[in-house]
Structure formats: structure tokens, C-alpha cells
Design a protein around this ligand. Structure first.
Ligand code: GLY
Length: 577
């Protein structure tokens, strides 16, 4: 359920000092608006994440004088303990950092990489067909983890200097050692993971009792994970990438049929990249560049949409949903052709995000009729694998911001804990294209541009994004959701900018998704049957589906920070002060 955590908000009213040193209007305008849902308000700083204890860890760092990056690093480590299905040490991700003082916005790439012994055919059977078991369910599916180096790099380059890595890890060591109650999302997700986890005694020893998921209300104590975090606390990233922990990770992957080596671990590097930039109706955005497809296609779809009067069509109307779907299709088609690791292939980012290119694609959209996707293999099911990426947003009192999305790929990744480390390993290698045209677990197809190569980063859809208005911070957003990440982030933005929803409404509103192939329009519950019929009448292949995404976001408006944690998962929390 939506958490309306008002920690510190009333204090903020009384004090009257607002975000970024200006006087806060009182009362905040958002309270005077008619809305079904209201965001959390705060004047100084905010963390919006998928798990309450992790949000609280981040806000505590902000209150103690840390900046948004310090808080984000602490949240990143905390989620590895409190949201083990997605928060991680054994996976990878992307962090967008905006620094108010210089106006600089950078993208930190800590995506997993393919081990050095990887080859393009490693996920094919002898007859040359993709074998999803290899890419999703074996030691070969594990990419070299990037999270620990990524978080350490963020702190080193952009932290306030007031906190050491050791200090920021300390709350996570405590949470792992003392244990956390199995409730909310943990209690919901663990039983579903048992099938895959039961193959690995090292995982069952932590997450199960008598062969069953730890029951709701019991305690999850992660002593081995606490020791791993302690090793990082004492030695920095070397405590993870070298020595005992690295050896255990390499052994675990190799015993499960993988090829990772100690050199792969010690050679891992997180990178700083230039964000993808774009504009939409007077707002500018900075988002994740390749090896994520997120920023490129978010910018591309917004460019296409800019030529339509969505506001006049109305939120949730068949007209606006049809246009959204039609704008998504060409972008996902381009994703399948052009996107890959930019250090290996040339990705035409400039062309894909240009207004001129969008105008050409917009011209092909028929407001009355759905465009059919080319070469559709009939009967392709909508992807339904449970992804478990997680997104969090942080803003501090200086206006610095972090938008971070990281992942193990599936829920609990490969579901394999490297023995003695407490570290769940990812199965991110499935995000490569096993061969041109092959689908990954999310039904996404790719080309040679996203084929497996030693040291390459698999293509992602993660879309951590920061928006600006008149050069000033406006919004921090992102989401999990596999292939649906891009369309989720898109709709949160459109809901705020076009439909003028407050952030809580924008995040909660039902979403749609079209990824070109399969040619199906996935719709969340909450869209009326009449609307679905109107969409079907236009030729959209409507497929009602489950809710997806967890777009934990922050918005700055009228001198106040609005926070919204996505109501689609339990235990999410936006906490401000
Ligand atoms: N593993 C999902 C993504 O990176 O897009």
C-alpha cells in the first residue's frame, strides 16, 4: 500500500525553511489540490525506495549532514540486506548523480560484465538454438558483479567527504547481523523463490526453514552477509573483489557450470559516462546511456509524444493510451536493432534521440489505427518472468540528487548464494542476445550489437532519470520492470508534465506497455473495460496483465519535495525530513 510517511514534515512547516535554502510556501500547495492520493512532503531531504528500513538508513545519513550520494551509497548497501530479491552486492546497476553546485550530471555504470572466457555462442545448444537454461539458470548466467565498485566509485567522486565507505556500510552490517523481520515484500516474495532456490543448499540455509520459505513474522539473520559487508568495510571494494569473498563467488559460479575467474573479479571496473540528454515540453532530462537502452528510448518516445496534445486527450483515455502505445513501438524496434555495449559497438544515440528522427516516426502514427509490428511470431506469450530490479531516488538539502536502479535480473537473481558469503548471485547474462533475434526472459529481442563478448556489458532497460525545469532540479525517477522499465518511467513523467498529477497519483496511475514484439498491449488492472474496448477497436492487441514496476520517485515543486513510493509493492517508503 502507499506509504504516506510524514516523518519530519510537520517540523518543516513550523520551521518554515524549505528545500535548497528558500522559504517554503505555507501551506504547501499540494495539500489544497483535490487528489485521491497525496505524496509525502518534506522541505530538506528525501529518500524514496522499495523498502522502509533502507529509506530510513538514507534519511539518517542526510540528517547527519551527508549529501544525496552519501545517502544513496548507504541505501544501496542496506537494500542488499533488507530487499534481497533485488537489492544486491552480487549484481549491478546504474546511478545518475546531479550535483547542484556545478550543475553537473553524470552517469555511473556499474553493470555486470561477461567473464573473459565468454564467447558469443555460449548460450546456444549444439544445434545452434538459444538455451534459456544456460543463460538464466546456470553458473554461466552470472555476470561479474559491479555493485560494490559502483557504490564505492560514487562515494569517492561525488560524496560529501563527511562519511567514509565504512561508516555508510555500518547500518547494513547491523541489519544483516541482528536480522530483519520477514514481513511485507520479503514475506511476499520468498515463497515464490523457493522453487529456484531449493537447488542450492547455501541459499536454503539462509532463506528457508525445514525446506520452506522463512515464515512471515520470523527473523532473517544474514551472518555471512554481515561478514562480507564487514570485509568491505575494512578493506574497501577489495574485501569483495579479492580474497575470501571473491574466491567463494568464483567457486560458486564454477560449481554451477560457470566460467568466472578471480581475475574477472579483480579486474572489474565501474565507469563514469555522459548521460543521455533530451527535452520534453520545456523540461530537460538526463538519463542512463548505453549499455542501458533506457535513456535513449525514453528520450526518443518523449520526442515522438511531444507532437501530440496528450493533455487534451486526457489521462487514461483510449486516445492518449493509443498514442503512448504507438510511440513505444518504434522505439522498442530500434532497441532490438541498434543497442548494445557502447564500448564494443557504435550506438547511434544522437540519431535515435534527435527531434527530426522522432518527427519522422510520429508522422507514421495513425490516431485511429494500431500499427502492426513487423515479422511477429504469432503466439509469443507476453513476458512474465519476475524481474527484480529495484529503484531508489534521493534528494538532499542542497539540491543534489541521485537516481539509482540496480538489479540481480530475476527475483533473487540466480537464487544461488555463494557459500559462506551471504551474497546472492545475478543471472544478468540473460540480458545479452543469445543470438540475433532471440528473446531474453522479458521477450526482448536483440541483434549482434548485444551479443556476448568477453568483458562486454549486457544491454539493459534500466532508466534512472533526473528532470530539470529552467536548469533547476525538478524530478528524480526510475523503476524496475525488465522491458517495462522504459514505459513505466515514461508514464510517470507524462502523468506529471502532461496530466498535471501530483507525484503520488502519477506513480500509482495504471500503466500500459508495448515493446513492439510481441505485438501486444499489456495493460495493468485499473483501466476501464470501455477504454480497453476502444483500444481494441483501434486494433491494439490488448492483454490485461499484472501490475509491474516500483517507480519510487521524488519531485520538487513550489519549494517542497514531494515523495512517492510505488504502491504496487508492500513495504515501499518515501521518507523525508
Ligand atoms: N535485467 C533487466 C535490465 O537490466 O534491464
Amino acid at each position: 500500500m502507499m506509504k504516506s510517511v510524514w516523518i519530519g514534515a510537520f517540523g518543516a512547516f513550523l520551521v518554515g525553511s524549505s528545500a535548497f535554502g528558500q522559504q517554503a510556501p505555507s501551506p504547501p500547495p499540494i495539500l489544497t489540490q483535490a487528489a485521491r492520493l497525496l505524496p509525502v512532503l518534506a522541505s530538506k531531504g528525501m529518500v524514496s525506495s522499495q523498502e522502509r528500513q533502507a529509506s530510513a538508513v538514507g534519511v539518517d545519513i542526510l540528517k547527519r549532514g551527508g549529501n544525496a550520494v552519501d545517502a544513496a551509497v548507504a541505501v544501496g548497501f542496506a537494500l542488499a540486506v533488507t530487499l534481497p530479491r533485488a537489492g544486491n552486492l552480487g549484481g549491478g546497476g546504474f546511478m545518475m548523480v546531479h550535483l547542484a553546485k556545478t550543475g553537473e550530471t553524470v552517469a555511473i555504470d556499474y553493470r555486470e560484465i561477461a567473464p573473459a572466457a565468454s564467447v558469443p555462442t555460449m548460450f546456444l545448444t549444439a544445434s545452434g538454438e538459444p538455451d534459456p537454461k544456460l543463460s538464466r539458470d546456470s553458473g554461466l548466467s552470472v555476470g561479474v558483479p559491479g555493485t560494490v565498485r559502483g557504490l564505492a566509485l560514487a562515494l569517492e567522486k561525488y560524496g560529501s567527504g563527511k562519511f567514509t565507505l565504512a561508516q555508510l556500510i555500518e547500518p547494513s552490517v547491523r541489519l544483516a547481523r541482528e536480522g530483519i523481520a520477514v514481513e511485507e515484500d520479503l514475506a511476499d516474495s520468498l515463497p515464490q523463490a523457493m522453487g529456484r532456490m531449493s537447488r542450492y543448499p547455501s541459499s536454503m540455509a539462509i532463506f528457508a526453514r525445514d525446506g520452506k520459505a522463512l515464515p512471515r513474522g520470523s527473523m532473517l539473520v544474514q551472518a555471512d552477509l554481515a561478514n562480507t559487508l564487514e570485509a568491505i568495510r575494512q578493506q574497501g571494494p577489495d574485501g569483495f573483489y579479492k580474497g575470501r569473498v571473491a574466491e567463494a563467488i568464483v567457486s560458486a559460479t564454477r560449481e554451477a557450470g560457470g566460467i568466472m575467474t578471480l581475475d574477472d573479479m579483480s579486474n572489474y571496473k565501474a565507469l563514469i559516462r555522459q548521460p543521455v540528454t533530451g527535452s520534453y515540453r520545456g523540461y530537460t532530462l538526463a538519463s542512463m546511456p548505453p549499455p542501458s537502452s533506457g535513456g535513449v528510448h525514453l528520450a526518443q518516445i518523449l520526442n515522438i509524444l511531444e507532437g501530440f496534445d496528450l493533455k487534451a486527450m486526457g489521462a487514461g483515455s483510449a486516445a492518449s493510451l493509443h498514442v503512448l502505445a504507438e510511440a513505444m513501438k518504434p522505439a522498442y524496434a530500434d532497441r532490438a536493432t541498434f543497442l548494445g555495449d557502447p564500448d564494443r559497438v557504435k550506438v547511434p544515440v544522437k540519431g535515435l534521440t534527435s527531434k527530426a528522427y522522432a518527427a519522422k516516426q510520429r508522422a507514421k502514427i495513425d490516431l485511429a489505427k494500431a500499427t502492426k509490428a513487423d515479422d511477429i511470431k504469432s503466439g509469443d506469450p507476453l513476458p512474465h518472468e519476475s524481474d527484480q530490479t529495484t529503484h531508489f531516488s534521493v534528494v538532499d538539502s542542497e539540491g543534489n540528487a541521485v537516481s539509482n536502479t540496480y538489479t540481480l535480473n530475476f527475483s533473487y537473481g540466480l537464487a544461488l548464494v555463494a557459500n559462506g558469503t551471504g551474497v546472492l548471485l545475478n543471472n544478468e547474462m540473460d540480458d545479452f542476445s543469445a543470438k540475433p533475434g532471440a528473446q531474453n526472459a522479458f521477450g526482448l529481442v536483440g541483434s549482434e550489437a548485444n551479443s556476448v563478448h568477453p568483458g562486454a556489458r549486457p544491454l539493459s532497460s534500466m532508466t534512472p532519470t533526473i528532470l530539470f525545469k529552467d536548469g533547476k532540479l525538478f524530478m528524480v525517477t526510475g523503476s524496475p520492470g525488465g522491458s517495462r522499465i522504459i514505459s513505466t518511467v515514461l508514464q510517470v513523467i507524462v502523468n506529471v508534465i502532461d496530466f498535471e498529477m501530483n507525484l503520488a497519483e502519477a506513480v500509482a496511475a495504471p500503466r500500459i506497455h508495448h515493446q513492439w514484439k510481441p505485438d501486444a498491449l499489456a495493460v495493468e488492472p485499473g483501466i476501464s473495460p470501455d477504454t480497453l474496448k476502444l483500444l481494441a477497436d483501434r486494433g491494439q492487441n490488448v492483454r490485461p496483465g499484472a501490475a509491474s514496476g516500483s517507480a519510487n520517485s521524488i519531485l520538487l515543486q513550489g519549494g517542497w519535495l514531494q515523495g512517492a513510493a510505488d504502491p504496487r509493492q508492500r513495504g515501499t517508503a518515501a521518507i523525508g525530513y
